[in-house]
Design a protein around this ligand. Structure first.
Ligand code: GLU
Length: 490
């Protein structure tokens, strides 16, 4: 596959608009850019497209940068801030005016609306009819004398044919007549000024200035690519190569949108997904790993083999089950210490694990070793850890168990024999103690085991009972739980 049109080193960019939090679609575009750059030893650059002054907010920029960093999508160099480049954008517009590729259009909003309504009534696609393309100096003066302001439009010839070889979609052809007429590249302003430059123009100016070799972005930008290629041509600039990636679809097969609920990377993070699983999942959204690689891999592993030939053209349906499965796989594979580092801040947010034996590294690590294998989300490691940090209230089934025949006697016998929490207590001792208590209370072992679980965890479900008990013993948590259960059973 050709790597760069010019043979130059790969330089790609992500160009998010800080008008919202980091969307999963943008993050997935970032993944493909990052993988491609790393595969070819190239540069992954960032450009913050903040020219929409009303909707852009610094907190969104922060959210986007944080999200990328969290996912491990490190970028090269400082992000380019688009609003700081407005002089270059204006200079390019002036050059296009000077070369005759662009002109001022004085059509008012009311006239443009009337034009579109007429087109709609005639069942025609909306397009600008190029009415001010060739105004005479006198006509122009007359509009100015009326006090009209002007947009600046770039000429798009109807008979232009735009073609490119898309790295995902292959040969692409676009007719000039399908681009909606001459395109506005600067907002309305007095005719001796250049109004705010618009998206297609600024992207071309910035991509060229950043020497971008490959533009990798969602397929919703295909029509923009056709327009941008005309701008490259008019400006005499070499065009980058393009790769248009498939959209992310919801369960119903429609484009994933805000209405689908969770769409921001920060939302996924707050729900307890790990960066590794989310990055892994996003890579699978549109890319098929080579045979034998399986579906579980790190970004670095994917980067070693990534290419556009394995990027699908069809939209990628979002699959929660697969994401959950991947997240579980990641969590189950973490060593207890790594898991501890991820869970500790969440525990501490709740005021847990801050003092006494529960603040000790070994104890926390052992708790993580116990809980790790049953986690799907990181948040499960909060819910499942709760009974270890505070005496749980018993649920309905646990209460029933504690009220069942023999439960009280068994737990009382256990409680009487329980060594102090600062005494060493091994699994063997715990087993022996259980046997003694069973004998003393004259009950079945199963009854005592179930009752002990109800007492310690407030539930009949949970991780390995003996390990749970030993952990609680080490932090002095078994006695208060047994006493509380005895009081409840009384
Ligand atoms: N700011 C644009 C967006 O977020 C960038 C598109 C592009 O990559 O050119 O959609």
């Amino acid at each position: 596959m050709p790597v760069a049109a010019t043979g130059a080193a790969v330089r790609v960019r992500l160009a998010p608009s800080p008008t919202g939090t980091l969307h999963i679609g943008t993050a997935r575009t970032a993944v493909f850019n990052w993988l491609f750059a790393r595969r070819h030893g190239g540069q992954f650059l960032l450009r913050i497209e903040d020219t929409d002054r009303e909707r852009s907010k610094p907190e969104y920029t922060t959210n986007i940068l944080d999200g990328l960093q969290w996912l491990g999508l490190t970028w090269d160099g400082d992000p380019v801030i688009q609003s700081e480049r407005i002089a270059a954008h204006r200079a390019t517009i002036q050059a296009l005016l000077d070369s005759g590729h662009a002109y001022r259009c004085y059509a008012s909003e009311a006239e443009l609306t009337a034009m579109r309504e007429r087109q709609a009534a005639e069942n025609r696609a909306p397009r600008y009819d190029n009415r001010h393309r060739d105004l005479s100096p006198e006509q122009e003066q007359a509009f100015i004398a009326e006090g009209r302001e002007a947009t600046i439009r770039f000429r798009i010839d109807d008979d232009a044919l735009i073609t490119w070889t898309d790295l995902v979609r292959g040969e692409m052809r676009w007719a000039g007549s399908d681009l909606g007429g001459d395109m506005v590249i600067a907002r309305r302003a007095p005719s001796d000024q250049i109004g705010d430059p618009l998206y297609n123009l600024v992207v071309v100016v910035d991509d060229a200035a950043m020497a971008i070799t490959h533009v990798i972005r969602g397929e919703d930008h295909i029509a923009n690519t056709a327009k941008q290629l005309l701008l490259y041509q008019a400006l005499g600039l070499p065009a980058p190569m393009f790769a248009h990636t498939p959209l992310i679809l919801n369960q119903e097969g429609r484009k994933l949108s805000k209405r689908d609920g969770v769409t921001s990377v920060s939302d996924f993070r707050a729900m307890g997904y790990t960066a590794e699983a989310l990055a892994n999942y996003m890579t699978l959204l549109g890319w098929s790993p080579p045979e034998g690689m399986g579906e579980r891999f790190t970004l670095a592993e994917a980067a070693a083999v990534f290419d556009f030939e394995r990027v699908n053209r069809a939209g990628a349906r979002f699959d929660w089950d697969k994401l959950n499965w991947l997240n579980g796989q990641v969590l189950h594979g973490l060593d207890p210490e790594t898991l501890r580092q991820q869970l500790l801040p969440l525990w501490q947010e709740r005021g847990w694990a801050t003092s006494g034996p529960a603040a000790e590294l070994d104890w926390q690590r052992d708790l993580c070793a116990l809980l790790g294998p049953s986690l799907t989300l990181l948040a499960d490691g909060v819910a499942q850890a709760e009974p270890f940090f505070s005496v749980p209230s018993a649920d309905e089934a646990a209460l029933q168990q504690l009220a069942s025949p023999g439960a009280r006697e068994g737990l009382a016998a256990l409680s009487e024999r329980l060594p102090a929490s600062d005494q060493p207590f091994s699994a063997e001792q715990a087993q022996a103690l259980l046997s003694e208590a069973v004998a003393a209370a004259g009950i079945k072992k199963g009854v005592l085991m179930k009752s002990l679980r109800a007492a310690l965890l407030g539930s009949l479900q949970g991780p390995d009972l003996l390990t749970t008990w030993l952990l609680l013993h080490r932090c002095g948590g078994d006695r208060p739980r047994l006493e509380r259960a005895l009081a409840a059973a009384a």
